[in-house]
Design a binder for this molecule. Structure first.
Ligand code: RAM
Length: 344
């Protein structure tokens, strides 16, 4: 997708309005009255409460629940740890939640708690960042993860002319989604060794989806003379990296995955001439409908099944790379500034 300056500005304003509204409406743990009985409630567990991306996911989840006619609840830890998510799951099991959709802070640590939930009849799915296949009925996958990893390396190649080291600024060491994208980035590099011979992966840093840490980790990366491009496959990380690069005046280039309302000025300035995105609201929306299809028994989470997902139409459950199943939300969108990025 290409935008001229006016088109980009209009799109960014609209997106900013949507996301601002989302952040304003999203209820957090502290604002939601605790009830003992959640048997009429679908719960979204985010990675961390202050993450604007997670708040947008919840906006879609809440919209779907409103259409379906069930209650929605948003829970997330203050810090991005699996331990806190386990505590949340355990309390939801005690309160007999009707369904749980979790963006996992670790692929395996949540398994025992989620299996206990499923054994009790609670419908469990992951979204955004998967739990292991044995801990879920299916996974709501934003876009094809292989495409994400490979496209990010191709963008870095275009930005460096194929010459200069790559640093990745990720979220946490345990994040299933970021680690999967990084695996595909490595595969793209290894399988096309000649093309990328002068573009090695120098290092991977972790900003923990915390803006302050993402900025300080980027400042460290900018001191490394081998780093010519930073790939940040996290909405919080790419924003922190953009701020740090802008403040330093460095000519290191940035790409990654971000929210357009947060990244417009850096796309315009050429700090981040190309980035990739999708709609987090749709992920939450599809998760709400997926939980409902499971709760009503119209699907079990097996590959080949399909169900009605509100305004997203009919959605299909398919096989996932980890041996479980997934429902794919949509496709990867690129946002480019043609003044600084004029490849494809
Ligand atoms: C962050 C989170 C989330 C990821 C987005 C792109 O907000 O890490 O899991 O999908 O970035």
């Amino acid at each position: 997708m290409r935008f001229n300056a006016k088109g980009l500005a209009v799109m960014l304003c609209l997106t900013a309005l949507c996301v601002f509204t989302a952040a304003g409406c999203a209820r957090n743990d502290a604002q939601v009255a605790q009830t003992d009985d959640l048997s009429d409630t679908y719960v979204f567990i985010g990675k961390n409460i202050q993450n604007p991306y997670m708040q947008s996911v919840y906006e879609g989840f809440e919209n779907a629940c409103g259409e379906i006619g069930v209650k929605a609840l948003y829970k997330a830890p203050d810090a991005i740890t699996p331990q806190k998510q386990i505590e949340i799951i355990n309390s939801l099991v005690e309160n007999n939640a009707a369904g749980i959709a979790v963006a996992a802070n670790d692929e395996n640590s949540l398994t025992e708690a989620l299996q206990k939930a499923m054994n009790q009849g609670i419908k469990v799915i992951s979204l955004d960042s998967a739990v292991s296949k044995d801990a879920r009925l299916t996974h709501v996958q934003q876009v094809n993860p292989e495409e994400v990893g490979r496209e990010l390396i191709k963008a870095a190649y275009d930005l460096t002319g194929g010459s200069g080291g790559i640093a990745i600024l990720s979220s946490t060491t345990q994040a299933t989604n970021q680690n999967l994208w990084i695996d595909y980035m490595k595969r793209e590099l290894e399988e096309n060794h000649d093309k990328y011979a002068s573009m090695p992966l120098v290092t991977i840093a972790y900003g923990d989806d915390d803006l302050t840490k993402s900025i300080s980790e980027t400042e460290i990366l900018l001191k490394n003379p081998d780093v010519k491009v930073i790939i940040a496959p996290t909405a919080v990380g790419i924003q922190g990296a953009a701020q740090a690069i802008s403040a330093s005046g460095s000519d290191v280039k940035l790409t990654g995955i971000g929210m357009s309302n947060q990244m417009g000025e850096y796309i315009d300035s050429g700090v981040c001439p190309v980035m990739f995105t999708w709609d987090p609201v749709e992920i939450g929306y599809l998760a709400g409908y997926t939980l409902d299809a499971l709760a009503k028994g119209s699907v079990t989470g097996a590959a080949g099944e399909s169900f009605d997902a509100g305004n997203l139409g009919k959605k299909m459950v398919s096989s996932a790379a980890d041996g479980g199943t997934e429902v794919i939300v949509g496709s990867l969108t690129s946002i480019k500034n043609p003044e600084f990025y004029d490849y494809n």
